[in-house]
Design a protein around this ligand. Structure first.
Ligand SMILES: O=C1NC(=O)NC(C(=O)O)N1
Length: 312
């Protein structure tokens, strides 16, 4: 089984990166590109639903000066497609399987299938934070519902499982979600998902830029870095050390990645920047991070991971 922390334990800088779910990971061709990409240390699939989905109507992605806004609506090829992909392709790097049911029942059904499939030994990530399914709440903002779901999940699911979280903005919420998650034997949390339900307007045409939901969509890219760093740091300070953190959000260069690791991230995802620049971003960001580490005299990520200093 893929134990992320085992993967990470003696990880040097050159394989701590992975794609953010949703970026270049929906089709077999995209997944093959990620599998062959020489630098990234893992990859994650587009969040899958039981059946394939077209997702929301276009336009549903828009690039901003310092980020992105999207209302994709979980377009994906469906559960069986990704299971078949794993069965028919050598995993030369860990593949995290992202699951996003549109209800508790769908989440449980997919996880039961994964649990009962002896050939599946992968690391699963339950996405409780998609902000873009029309009419669906972000489960991770409903603490009682999230707790009910996780209690039921861990009554039967015994393989490595992580959770994809939305950003929180109130320290009381950091306390509450951490208290909730610390009850469960999670492999990791992946924080953050996009900042839900932003709105971008084209002033010339006086019109929104996304079709679904009247233009409301998840915000990502460099402008969300402060929120991403706060969530990595806030959860690292509160979660059991056994629960690793994948830092996602706002990473465009080596300095951003370094900051995520200082906050406690074991691995770092690249989303908007990977989409806009292409897979070459992995090599560029890795080179930049390596240069920073060398300049500071660090050899291993563990030399500075989680060692953010505060002002006494
Ligand atoms: O979890 C998700 N986060 C996003 O920002 N967008 C996608 C989506 O809309 O499919 N899902």
């Amino acid at each position: 089984s893929v134990d992320l922390s085992a993967q990470i334990a003696n990880m040097k800088v050159n394989n701590l990166f992975l794609n953010a779910s949703g970026i270049h990971c929906q089709t077999e061709a995209e997944l093959d590109d990620l599998m062959q990409e020489p630098v990234s240390g893992a990859m994650v699939t587009k969040s899958m639903t039981p059946q394939s989905r077209f997702g929301n109507p276009l336009p549903r992605y828009y690039r901003l000066a310092n980020g992105s806004i999207n209302s994709m609506g979980l377009p994906n090829e469906g559960f069986d497609y990704y299971m078949d992909y794993l069965k028919t392709h050598d995993q030369i790097k860990p593949v995290i399987v992202s699951v996003a049911g549109r209800s508790k029942e769908e989440d449980l059904a997919m996880l039961h299938t994964l649990q009962d499939d002896d050939s599946y030994q992968g690391l699963t990530e339950l996405n409780l934070s998609c902000p873009n399914v029309i009419g669906e709440p972000q489960m991770a903002y409903d603490f009682p519902a999230a707790n009910d779901l996780l209690k039921e999940v861990f009554s039967f699911y015994k393989k490595p499982l992580g959770i994809k979280l939305p950003p929180y903005f109130d320290l009381v919420h950091f306390d509450q979600i951490a208290e909730l998650l610390n009850q469960y034997p999670l492999s990791h949390v992946n924080t953050i998902n996009s900042i839900g339900n932003g709105l971008w307007i084209d002033v010339n045409s006086e019109t929104v830029v996304l079709k679904p939901k009247g233009g409301f969509g998840g915000v990502g890219g460099s402008m969300v870095l402060p929120t991403a760093l706060a969530n990595v740091r806030g959860l690292r300070q509160r979660l059991n050390p056994s629960i690793k953190i994948i830092g996602t959000g706002g990473v465009t260069n080596g300095r951003d990645a370094f900051a995520h690791i200082l906050c406690g991230a074991e691995m770092v995802s690249i989303g908007t920047q990977l989409y806009e620049e292409g897979l070459g971003a992995f090599e560029r960001v890795t080179r930049e991070l390596t240069d920073i580490m060398e300049a500071k005299g660090y050899e291993l990520l563990a030399d500075f991971r989680g060692k953010l200093k505060v002002i006494e």
